[in-house]
Design a protein around this ligand. Structure first.
Ligand code: COA
Length: 378
């Protein structure tokens, strides 16, 4: 497989109270089109990754809505898979191009979350969970806290280990002007931040964010960065049905499929954007994606291997969900934008020198959906 990325862009992520979803997608789409040197009429289909526009924004029908806003009267649809909506929209566009139906597709990811109270957002996000989890009053910080406790018990992972993920990702975000939190944090600050769901603290959590991202995928060769693998796997919606809570089976299955499709091993990945919705999620991702042995990722992160300048793979140069922000439907598309920039060599102060192969890892819910893409520079 070889799907060319012709252009890619994101808006600033953060609390964007003065901006509407239509305003955000216009900025991201127009910047991606400019970068691709394409006119809107070149786009044959629009796929939109979004989770909460209906429940929080009272707006459905995003495909036609954004196609009209962009002056693209073409096939258009919304793709939903909780926090993996953006990754699934990219996967759907890849399938549409691979099938031969369309040559050039615009993928948008967008979410507007900060106009609502955090407790309201937390409740709507739990639409991605099960009845039993909702009835028990669980929230996503609570569900990931359960996984953190299991990982701590089995592998001796500590709260400091998790805090190191936040320190690294905030450092990376401090080099990214589009990030929500452009400030570094110390280990002490993370450890002293208020508890959200024990053992996870405020600075172990991704925030509530507004933002949009856009990529243009095409069969026509425009430049040297291509998607060479796109894989999706699913698992039980609820945690209680799973055999093991120290990792995500869907991620292991999707990444194995993706490595096989790309004909590479995890060792060949130079740079990756992974779904660190909570710091424990990045530790589990490092193990599930095969970057480090089970139980060894926390030490590797603490020793600086995955930080800019480390031996690699370098993880979450954007700042990740933790510090760049997590506008849920946009995240999977933004991850592709960041890896595209890295492989093009246009990532600025956060550039990983000589990066040739990159990976994105986007997760929905507590791991019921996993989407893995592999990108390569020719
Ligand atoms: N990381 C760092 N700082 C954060 C933050 C985060 N995740 N969330 C909020 N802040 C900061 C705010 O900027 C604010 O700073 P200020 O006082 O200097 O302006 C302060 O902390 C308080 O912000 P507030 O919005 O009142 O936080 P909150 O307590 O209402 O919400 C969380 C914090 C962690 C509960 C909320 O961000 C959350 O629910 N995150 C998880 C989202 C989620 O589940 N996503 C899906 C993942 S699967």
């Amino acid at each position: 497989m070889k799907i060319n990325i012709a252009g890619a862009a994101t808006t600033k992520f953060g609390e964007l109270w003065r901006r509407s979803p239509r305003d955000l997608i216009k900025e991201a789409a127009n910047n991606a089109l400019d970068q691709a040197k394409m006119k809107p009429f070149a786009v044959e289909a629009v796929f939109v990754g979004n989770m909460l526009s209906s429940s929080l924004g009272n707006q459905d029908h995003l495909g036609a809505f954004f196609a009209e806003e962009l002056g693209m009267p073409v096939a258009a649809m919304k793709i939903e898979g909780a926090c993996a909506s953006g990754g699934l929209a990219v996967h759907s566009a890849v399938m549409a191009i691979q099938s031969g139906l369309y040559e050039t597709v615009l993928v948008l990811g967008v979410e507007k979350m900060t106009d609502h109270k955090p407790e309201e957002v937390a409740q709507m996000l739990m639409g991605a969970g099960t009845d039993a989890e909702r009835e028990a009053g669980a929230t996503f910080p609570g569900l990931y806290a359960i996984m953190a406790r299991c990982h701590m018990q089995k592998y001796g992972t500590t709260e400091e280990d998790m805090a190191q993920v936040a320190v690294k990702n905030h450092y990376h975000a401090s080099l990214n002007s589009h990030a929500q939190f452009v400030f570094p944090v110390t280990l002490e600050k993370v450890m002293k931040s208020p508890k959200v769901a024990d053992p996870l603290k405020l600075l172990d959590c991704s925030p509530i964010t507004d933002g949009a991202a856009a990529v243009i995928l095409t069969k026509i060769k425009n430049n040297e960065v291509n998607i060479i693998a796109s894989a999706v796997a699913t698992d039980t919606l609820g945690l209680s049905e799973r055999e093991d809570l120290t990792g995500l089976k869907a991620v292991r299955v999707a990444s194995q499929k993706a490595y096989q499709m790309a004909g590479i091993s995890p060792k060949e990945i130079d740079v990756a954007e992974v779904h660190d919705c909570f710091t424990i999620a990045e530790i589990m991702a490092m193990e599930d994606l095969g970057f480090f042995e089970k139980g060894k990722a926390a030490r590797a992160i603490t020793s600086g291997k995955t930080k800019l300048g480390g031996s690699g793979p370098i993880i979450n140069t954007s700042g990740g969900l933790k510090a760049c922000g997590h506008p849920v439907g946009a995240t999977g598309v933004k991850q592709i934008v960041e890896i595209y920039n890295q492989l093009k060599g246009i990532a600025g102060r956060k550039q990983v020198e000589g990066a040739k192969i990159g990976l994105t890892h986007n997760v929905g819910g507590s791991g019921a959906t996993a989407v893995v893409h592999i990108l390569k520079k020719d």
